[in-house]
Design a protein around this ligand. Structure first.
Ligand SMILES: Cc1ncc(COP(=O)(O)O)c(C=O)c1O
Length: 330
């Protein structure tokens, strides 16, 4: 907010040609080793812009079945890009070369859509992070098979914090990626970073057509700059991860609460009995992530840059207390 107030002082050139935005873009490119960076308003817009740089109309995107792109973007890729998604079921939200290979049928057949992009998310929709070795293996597989790699980095900061690596370490393994700000404390800013020669051509036109060119771009630039200053993006994400680990420890001490996926970011997924989940819903605005069909369901818990240890401990206590309340359902 302080950065926004500061950016509000005086006049500035519109559409991103202002000092604040130019500096933020240069910093982002330097941090990631990227050739270009475009700021946009939302994570969905970042995914659409990033993919639009990589696809021709007859080409398709291989993604995890559980990915945000496939599940939670209201068909934006299908509608805005007109492209086909080729989803693959995964045990933990992560694609592997074998899983991708299962969608590589029909190549060279003019009747079939042609897979062109592997879409990864770091972190994944299930809170897991690809290791750098896994990313390297996927990149090599993509290169061997004529596939480009796009990485949805709405929560890439949490992955970098978890892996103890730099943004450039992750970015070097893909062709285009997004860098999320909103999930990491910004008011609303994401960036699309291009790593590979030629893919940034026309990016500014795509962004404008996709209605993401802000006339008052300095306010997006100011948010990006604030996140990058003094490594705030990484310390905030690292703090959120620490709070998630604390929450996971507290929740798994409760009887009948198990981790559904390893905690590798700021997300905790727990499997609990359906009855307990319904009871928790009476006390909390809690979202049931999925139902296993065997009387259990998965709950997702997220922590953030501003989650405090006291918040976590109080929540864990309140959850524990609600376990002891008798359900009043007949
Ligand atoms: C991994 C991932 N990608 C993309 C998005 C989309 O972001 P937005 O809601 O800003 O469009 C989200 C939001 O939850 C996300 O978690």
């Amino acid at each position: 907010m302080a950065a926004l107030m500061a950016a509000n002082d005086g006049d500035a050139v519109a559409y991103g040609d202002d000092e604040i935005t130019r500096t933020a873009i240069a910093q982002l490119c330097a941090l990631a080793g990227a050739q270009s960076a475009q700021l946009v308003f939302t994570g969905t817009a970042a995914n659409i812009l990033g993919l639009s740089l990589m696809l021709r109309p007859y080409q398709a995107v291989i993604c995890a079945e559980s990915s945000h792109l496939n599940v939670d973007e209201c068909g934006a890729a299908e509608r805005v890009l007109g492209c086909k998604l080729l989803p693959v079921q995964t045990p933990d939200g992560k694609l592997t070369p074998d899983l991708i290979a299962s969608r590589l049928t029909g190549r060279g057949d003019e009747h079939r859509v042609q897979p062109r992009v592997i879409q990864l998310a770091q972190v994944t929709e299930l809170g897991t992070s690809y290791s750098l070795d896994e990313l390297r293996e996927l990149r090599a597989f993509g290169q061997d098979h004529g596939l480009l790699t796009y990485l949805d980095g709405a929560r890439i900061a949490n992955a970098a914090a978890y892996l103890g690596c730099s943004l450039a370490d992750i970015a070097a393994q893909v062709d285009v990626l997004s860098f999320g700000g909103t999930k990491n404390g910004a008011l609303g800013v994401e960036a699309v970073l291009v790593m590979t020669d030629g893919l940034a051509d026309g990016a500014q036109y795509h962004r404008k057509q996709q209605m993401q060119l802000a006339s008052k771009m300095r306010f997006l630039g100011a948010q990006a700059a604030a996140l990058l200053a003094d490594g705030l993006w990484l310390t905030s994400a690292s703090h959120a991860n620490t709070m998630a680990a604390r929450l996971a420890d507290a929740l798994t001490c409760l009887p009948g609460v198990r981790l559904a996926y390893p905690v590798e970011s700021n997300a905790v997924f727990t499997e609990v009995d359906e009855q307990i989940a319904l009871r928790l819903q009476d006390d909390f605005n809690i979202h049931i992530w999925s139902e296993s069909g065997d009387g259990n369901c998965v709950l997702r818990w997220m922590t953030a840059f501003d989650t405090s240890p006291v918040d976590v401990d109080q929540l864990a206590k309140a959850v524990e207390a609600s376990f002891h309340v008798k359900p009043d359902r007949a």
